[in-house]
Design a protein around this ligand. Structure first.
Ligand code: BES
Ligand code: MN
Ligand code: ZN
Length: 498
């Protein structure tokens, strides 16, 4: 989809559909007022008659008579003016994207960007338009036979701005929103693909392909031999029950001078988590194809960084394998030696995420990172704690935690801080090894994060538990692309701080 900021759109807009806002009390948004003048007050009449209530998310398409500025107008309900904020703005744009896809319009101009919205400047208002429309155009990998869906007609979206200065800001915002949307689409594709297609090998190949598409990215993929040479005993224990070979995927993006310490994004890339010998219950086990959501998200974020040419260095490390039961699988009570040298007693083979991540975090040390952020669908306990609304955020560094939390808020992809500490590490005591891989049901998300913390000593480290946010279940089943928006916002701010 193509995005463009246009100044003085009302006078010279040739788009096939004008998208304008109406507030619930009947006062028209900036552009609705103008158009209403051209069509004899029709919009005001519709509202007065109760035919368009203007609740947030309401959308009504009207054909316009010849001579009007555009062939159609799409009225969007904005709710009461007093409560119109970023949430309502996003929701209105989502219904706009949905409604426009049902029309024959090939292009549209969104005038909602002219409304005043607390905390959103010109760039951010435009950014959300591009992100919402790009996300809305996403289609799941098409593995259904039969009549193929037609590609959507809508190919171009303009956003209206007031003046040249706003236009420059909006153009930057549009580029950011589009890059976030594209990064999310990559992450969603990888998540939605079935686990017999999206294997560790496939993920590795996609990383190599990404590096081909974006020359600023260099990718390197280690196979089992390479992973053994790195002495990643915990990662190897998880993969040993599977017939699919594991991959350690490393991508380096250099946008700043070589000596600048990179941000390291570490992703959990379990392409299927059966639980291993500690086998999961059948209900919803299919959803464990999404257990590579963290890895997919860090790749998506990296794609966005490359598209935006951010002046920072970013390294992505993904530990990818399957977690399967077999005669050769790791067993409860097995003890392994991690890359860090610490030994782990594996009491539950279903707590495999922390095993692959601890070695990936140790590996990330070689880049002398400014910060390490791991992203993982790590615990069911995190879903119990936060639902699908917030990702869990744990960190050993206050400033880094604050940065990530505010990035999530700005990007409408929020994370909520949760504790780590020695109290939780005490739950992980083992009589036979340095640490056990499980610590009981209580505070499960926190003890999992505290396990990782033991491998992040002296690093500025944060952990995002995206078990509840990376995908939706039920009839809505599908990958969300979260937390790509949070990660990109975080990196944008790191880049701006230079
Ligand atoms: N991938 C799962 C976590 C998960 C479960 C995410 C359900 C989303 C939905 C992880 O590997 C896992 O199995 N964790 C266990 C840990 C437990 C054995 C300590 C869990 O949460 O049950
Ligand atoms: Mn598991
Ligand atoms: Zn898992």
């Amino acid at each position: 989809m193509e995005f463009k900021a246009i100044v003085d759109a009302k006078a010279r807009d040739a788009a096939e559909c004008a998208v304008v806002g109406v507030y619930e009390q009947g006062d028209l948004g900036v552009a609705a007022q103008l158009i209403d003048g051209q069509i004899g007050g029709l919009i005001a009449k519709l509202h007065a008659s109760g035919d368009f209530a203007a609740k947030v998310g309401d959308a009504l398409l009207l054909p316009l008579p010849a001579g009007a500025a555009s062939a159609r107008v799409l009225l969007l309900g904005l709710g009461p003016r007093a409560t119109f904020g970023r949430k309502q703005y996003r929701k209105a744009l989502q219904s706009a994207a949905q409604a426009l896809n049902k029309t024959g319009a090939a292009n549209a101009t969104v005038y909602l960007t002219l409304e005043e919205i607390p905390d959103l400047d010109d760039a951010h208002r435009a950014r959300i338009v591009a992100e919402v429309f790009t996300s809305h155009a996403y289609k799941v990998p098409d593995l259904k036979t039969g009549t193929k869906q037609k590609p959507p007609k809508l190919g171009k979206v303009n956003v209206a701005v007031d003046n040249a200065r706003a236009s420059k800001a909006a153009a930057e915002g549009l580029a950011i929103g589009e890059a976030i949307g594209n990064g999310m689409s990559l992450a969603r594709d990888l998540g939605n693909l079935p686990p017999n297609i999206c294997t560790p090998t496939y993920l590795g190949n996609r990383a190599l392909q990404l590096a081909k598409e974006w020359p600023s990215i260099k990718a390197k993929v280690f196979d089992a031999t390479g992973i053994k040479a790195l002495k990643m005993g915990a990662f190897l224990a998880v993969t040993q029950g599977s017939d699919q070979p594991p991959r350690l995927i490393v991508c380096e993006y250099r946008g700043a001078k070589k000596s600048a310490p990179p941000i390291c994004l570490v992703g959990k890339g379990i392409t299927f988590d059966s639980g291993g010998i500690s086998l999961k219950d059948p209900p919803a086990m299919d959803e464990m194809k999404y257990d590579m959501g963290g890895g997919a998200a860090v790749l998506g974020a990296l794609r966005a960084v490359a598209e935006l040419k951010l002046p920072i260095n970013v390294v992505v490390v993904i530990a990818s394998c399957e977690n399967m039961p077999s005669g050769g699988a790791v067993k409860p009570a097995d003890i392994v030696t991690t890359m860090s040298g610490q030994t782990v007693e594996i009491l539950n083979t279903d707590a495999e995420g922390r095993l692959v991540l601890c070695d990936a975090i140790t590996y990330s040390r070689r880049f002398k990172p400014a910060a390490v952020v791991d992203v993982a669908t790590l615990t069911g306990a995190c879903i119990v704690a936060l639902g699908a609304h917030f990702s869990g955020l744990m960190s050993n560094d206050e400033a880094l935690a604050d940065e990530l939390a505010s990035a999530g808020t700005r990007a409408d992809d929020r994370a909520w801080r949760m504790p780590i500490g020695e109290e939780y590490v005490d739950q992980l005591k083992s009589n036979f090894a340095d640490i056990a891989n499980v610590g009981g049901r209580e505070g499960g998300a926190c003890s999992a994060a505290s396990f990782l913390w033991k491998f992040a000593k002296d690093l500025k480290w944060a952990h995002l538990d995206v078990a509840g946010t990376a995908w939706l279940s039920g009839s809505q089943k599908g990958s969300t692309g979260r937390p790509v928006p949070l990660l990109v916002d975080f990196l944008l701010n790191r880049a701006a701080a230079k």
